[in-house]
Design a protein around this ligand. Structure first.
Ligand SMILES: Nc1nc2c(ncn2[C@@H]2O[C@H](COP(=O)(O)OP(=O)(O)OP(=O)(O)O)[C@@H](O)[C@H]2O)c(=O)[nH]1
Ligand SMILES: [Mg+2]
Length: 211
């Protein structure tokens, strides 16, 4: 290739990179009921005015992954545009009796259990397509679980950025320090997705980690 042709090609590659830049795809992961959709809704409400999905105190409310493209977050003068994926809660055991205990009929509970199981599979599949993960943990619960350890191990093995959100710090029994002590090698932000506590620090860390 001649010098001028090569120069033109290089220039067009640079322009392609500048204008076709793919948004980083960030998945919101964690066990059921950790507050993933509450957080996704808050992020979307703060930066786009929309919402992501429904929230419930009954586990496995989200049973299909939902994606919102082109969410621009501004923090400390810098700006980052992300595709945000809210995923179904990951669980190692799904028992329809738990849903019946929460007031569902047997057929409703069985359907929810089946969909929740499919949701777990979908969430795991999505991990392959992501550039980073926000792992949401309920800071009132023991963080040292198979689900948390598996997500963290997966991200470490693939060298992808991970940010831990220690959620529900508005609850007096919450202990974000327990999470920090369990996974000291990863950045963690203590938040209340419900109340909005410390959410600006989370946006700051999102811009730093995924920018
Ligand atoms: N006190 C408190 N409750 C919260 C907070 N975030 C979420 N919740 C509550 O926790 C419950 C579960 O919230 P969701 O956002 O549906 O949790 P999820 O992780 O999306 O759950 P699945 O979709 O079932 O996996 C709801 O009752 C929320 O109102 C928080 O920061 N503080
Ligand atoms: Mg959800």
């Amino acid at each position: 290739m001649g010098v001028i042709k090569r120069f033109k090609k290089n220039l067009s590659d640079v322009f392609k990179k500048m204008f076709n830049k793919k948004n980083a795809r960030i998945g919101i992961y964690g066990p059921p009921n950790a507050g993933k959709t509450t957080l996704a809704n808050r992020i979307l409400r703060d930066w786009t005015g929309d919402a992501m999905g429904s929230v419930s105190n009954i586990a496995h409310e989200t049973r299909r992954a939902r994606r919102r493209e082109g969410v621009t977050i501004q923090s400390n003068g810098s700006s980052i545009t992300l595709d945000i994926v809210d995923t179904p809660g990951l669980a190692t055991k799904i028992d329809f009796h738990d849903f019946m205990a929460a007031g569902m009929t047997e057929s409703e509970a069985k359907r929810r259990a089946k969909e929740a199981t499919e949701g777990v599979i979908e969430a795991v599949k999505w991990l392959e397509n992501l550039d980073g993960v926000i792992l949401v943990m309920d800071a009132t619960e023991d963080p040292f679980t198979q689900v948390n350890v598996t997500v963290i191990g997966n991200m470490e093995a693939r060298n992808l950025p991970l940010l831990i959100a220690a959620n529900k710090i508005d609850l007096p029994e919450s202990s974000p320090k327990t999470i920090k002590d369990a996974f000291p090698q990863h950045p963690m932000v203590s938040i209340s997705a419900l109340e909005g506590d410390n959410i600006d620090t989370l946006y700051d860390q999102i811009a730093k980690r995924f920018g």
